[in-house]
Design a protein around this ligand. Sequence first.
Ligand SMILES: Nc1ncnc2c1ncn2[C@@H]1O[C@H](COP(=O)(O)OP(=O)(O)O)[C@@H](O)[C@H]1O
Length: 327
Amino acid sequence: MDDRARPTPLFTFGVIADIQYADIDDGYNYTRSRRRHYRSSLQLLGNAQRSWADSAVKPDFILQLGDIVDGFNKGHGASERALDTVLGAFGSGPGAAAVHHVWGNHELYNFRRSALLGSRLDTAPPRADGGPGADIYAYRFSPFPGFAFVVLDAYDVSLLGREESSEQYRSAMELIRQHNNNEDLNCPPELYGLQRRFTMFNGGFGKEQLDWLDSVLSSADEKRERVTIVSHLPVHPSSTDPICLAWNYDELLAIIQSHSSVVCFMAGHDHEGGYCQDKETGVHHLTLEGVIETPPDSNAFGTVSVYEDRMVLKGSGRIADRVFLFP
Ligand SMILES: Nc1ncnc2c1ncn2[C@@H]1O[C@H](COP(=O)(O)OP(=O)(O)O)[C@@H](O)[C@H]1O
């Protein structure tokens, strides 16, 4: 069906991942296989913003899937300045779509978790509104009756951002040490396979958050809502290079499988992107290509139109068009 034949969507939203802005010259990823465009990531965000602002049906909100500023800012004492710049490029004032910010590893290279909570990157409703726990950045919102989004905190159990004295840091260290004997914990334990996820630039979901998600999904099942989950880290091994998977991706998949309400899981982190539809649940797992590794003459953002029976992703530049029929 072409755009003219399709009815007006119920609502639309924008998606963008891994902007990793820094006012520094281009560089490379760790293996030097892909170029990183730290300055022009801002222009690419500008392109996305203009396209969303000029579109006939303006997105109701934007999902920023994490890593909004690069960790290099920290070493240059430029974390706040870079954040000001990139948030400025998202636009503000009347007419600008609300942005829901997901936290990735680069947020935690720049800011302590305690500083992120309550900051401009904290778009959760007041904590009293039934979130999972005071310092866990996870929340649910419903932009349209019958549809809900759940933002997850993939660095809840992590060596990043958590105080060394915290329970979450201790369990992160215990878990990663069971699987990774390297002195440098950013170095994966193996060359191939799922074990590669046990690095310090990944993290996991703690029990409190998993229990909270389970109860949010139970209530969504009852209301027959369509739920999209968003997280910086992907959770389906077929939607990403396993080096980017959440540590306890399997527990997340088991929860999704035990509910009928989830239709889609969106993540960033793997800048090459990925997609699969889970065979058993029919849930769509999208990993969005990262802005930071997108050449300045291309683009990396998407606009999703939501209908009763599907979501239609219109990609720009490196992002492919896709249709997610609801399972
Ligand atoms: N294979 C690896 N071995 C050792 N360190 C690595 C490896 N891959 C990444 N790192 C280090 O881990 C950190 C996070 O990696 P980075 O590529 O910046 O993450 P992201 O993909 O989120 O941008 C960086 O300090 C990087 O140098």
